[in-house]
Design a protein around this ligand. Structure first.
Ligand code: SF4
Length: 248
């Protein structure tokens, strides 16, 4: 069965959530632009890219190509560019940092210790992220509260030390995401048809079994509840009330 036929189950609030997300993006773009979207090319991020299109706002879309992404993931870049007649910015890690790290610790360093896994994420994701966000007033993500206990409190708009972070899908359910994909006939990552709800790098992502948590397939060997690479952990983030996301 395809992910589409399995998960396309909208909540009763679907229409209002879609309208709210579009209005939110317009408000934040007016107040905090220029914006850019951090896309992992997973289901939520395909939804966000289309919401940006529907909102008619100016926003970049970027992908952090760690050098370890699945072919199924990378394939979506060309599809986005074709559908929206736009370019997707691809940020890669600095070659010298990767070569040095792999030479010292090997290609499978992430399995050796949490510290080495985080070092790999720092080199392949965090440093390129800082380049992708340079000069931007805000960034857009596909975070949803339902994804994990660590994300249960995430706000729609968070004020970081240098820019805002807007999360238009915070209240969406997994069924809402797939209903949106079906309604707008969006391309989606083929790995979702193989029970990968959350998709990252090849060595650090696996399919989940029935009953497992949404993010159980990420860094599963660490046995930690904290399933984050650092992208969405910023100590100084504060929630912004709706009035402060508008220009009014
Ligand atoms: S998710 Fe895994 S392969 Fe990707 S950057 Fe982090 S540790 Fe490295």
């Amino acid at each position: 069965m395809s992910a589409l036929s399995l998960y396309n189950q909208p909540s009763p609030q679907f229409d209002s959530r879609q309208a709210h997300a579009i209005a939110l993006l317009k408000r934040v773009a007016a107040a905090h632009g220029p914006l850019t979207q951090a896309s992992s090319l997973g289901a939520e991020d395909m939804v966000v890219t289309h919401l940006i299109h529907l909102a008619g706002i100016e926003s970049g879309v970027f992908v952090l190509d760690t050098g370890k992404l699945h072919t199924e993931t990378l394939t979506l870049i060309a599809k986005i560019e074709q559908r929206y007649s736009r370019s997707v910015e691809v940020y890669r890690p600095r070659n010298e940092s990767v070569v040095k790290f792999v030479r010292q610790h090997g290609e499978e360093a992430m399995y050796q210790s949490v510290a080495l896994r985080k070092q790999c994420c720092d080199i392949r994701k965090m440093e390129p992220l800082s380049r992708a966000l340079a000069g931007k007033g805000g960034w857009i993500t596909g975070l949803r509260r339902e994804q994990s206990s660590d994300r249960a409190e995430v706000a729609e708009v968070e004020q970081g030390s240098e820019r805002v972070k807007v999360n238009p899908l915070v209240e969406w359910t997994w069924g809402d995401v797939w209903h949106f994909i079906a309604r707008h006939q969006l391309d989606y990552n083929a790995l979702h048809d193989r029970f990968f709800p959350s998709i990252g790098c090849v060595p650090c992502t696996r399919a989940i079994a029935v009953g497992e948590d949404f993010r159980a397939g990420r860094w599963w060997w660490e046995g930690s509840d904290l399933k984050e690479c650092g992208l969405h952990i910023e100590p100084a983030m504060t929630s912004l009330p709706p009035s402060e996301t508008s220009t009014a």
